[in-house]
Design a protein around this ligand. Structure first.
Ligand SMILES: Nc1ncnc2c1ncn2[C@@H]1O[C@H](COP(=O)(O)OP(=O)(O)O)[C@@H](O)[C@H]1O
Ligand SMILES: [Mg+2]
Ligand SMILES: [Zn+2]
Length: 266
């Protein structure tokens, strides 16, 4: 039987090249109830996941991050970090929920906010084939600024299009850049667009809503509200479940003998 789908797919492989099951075509011939037909080869799905992961633009320093290698240790992990991991897992299990609601991970440097955010989108791509994207907000703004020229105002939109359209977006380090009017406008453009399109966004920020009474870090306190403006902070309440993570910098914990013992004992 001549099958147009098969011959077309063979010239434009959709599976993994060199797959012994389908020779990279992504299709397998089969006979069911005496009728010849085709079905997707397993490598088709695998190739799709690989493409999603490449397109997600996860920076190499975070490619190791998975939900399953986010360690919890009773001596070093605080309750809020344990809760954050549970919330991340529940988010993946329940996706897509009937009311699209994102997550906002708040907490000091090094508690594992970015690790959890990356872990979530990797699980969504692998388990549910959801198109996802990772962008660090300060870098995104720099790219837009550099690409901007008075002749082509559209370059800004061209760069922002994938950020506006992807199903699940991680916006890392919200509030880290100097809150100029232009920065606040760009934040509100992205947030308002995703909000009105019912798209899910996962944010991380080193800023809190109020000063942490336990904090030993000295200096002038700035809240997330100070960094992105009142209106955008309120919009985030509507778009996200807020998850505050308190704890020490994980990179210092790695140096801790107790943690090394815990890793060895597994
Ligand atoms: N609970 C954890 N288990 C394993 N690795 C962790 C954990 N928390 C943080 N890390 C690692 O420590 C480093 C800093 O974490 P990161 O997520 O970048 O912190 P944050 O975004 O809160 O500043 C990363 O390499 C991350 O993979
Ligand atoms: Mg981070
Ligand atoms: Zn195959």
């Amino acid at each position: 039987m001549y099958n147009a789908a098969v011959s077309k797919k063979q010239t434009h492989p959709t599976g993994i090249s060199g797959c012994p099951e389908c020779n990279g075509s992504g299709w397998i011939r089969l006979v069911k109830d005496g009728i010849a037909g085709v079905q997707r080869c397993d490598c088709f799905r695998q190739a799709r996941v690989e493409r999603l992961i490449v397109n997600a633009r996860i920076p190499s320093r975070y490619t190791h991050c998975e939900l399953k290698n986010f360690d919890l240790n009773e001596k070093l992990t605080t309750k809020s970090i344990e809760f954050a991991k549970l919330a991340a897992e529940a988010f993946v299990d329940e996706f897509p929920s009937s009311t699209p609601i994102g997550l906002l991970f708040m907490g000091p440097q090094g508690v594992g906010k970015t690790h959890l955010a990356v872990g979530i989108i990797k699980a969504l791509m692998k388990r549910k084939a959801v198109p996802c994207m990772f962008r660090a907000f300060p870098e995104l703004l720099k790219e837009i600024q550099m690409s901007y020229s008075p002749i082509s105002e559209s370059s800004e939109l061209f760069l922002l299009a994938p950020v506006l359209e992807t199903d699940v977006l991680v916006l890392d380090e919200l509030g880290s850049q100097t809150p100029s009017t232009w920065v606040k406008d760009t934040v509100s453009y992205v947030l308002n667009h995703r909000y009105s399109e019912n798209k899910v966004t996962i944010f991380t920020t080193n800023y809190l809503d109020g000063e942490d009474p336990m904090s030993t870090r000295k200096g002038v306190f700035y809240s997330l509200r100070d960094r992105i403006g009142d209106q955008m902070r309120s919009r985030l309440y509507e778009m996200c479940k807020t998850i505050v993570m308190a704890g020490n910098d994980f990179r210092q914990n790695i140096m801790d003998a107790e943690y090394r013992q815990f890793k060895k004992g597994r």
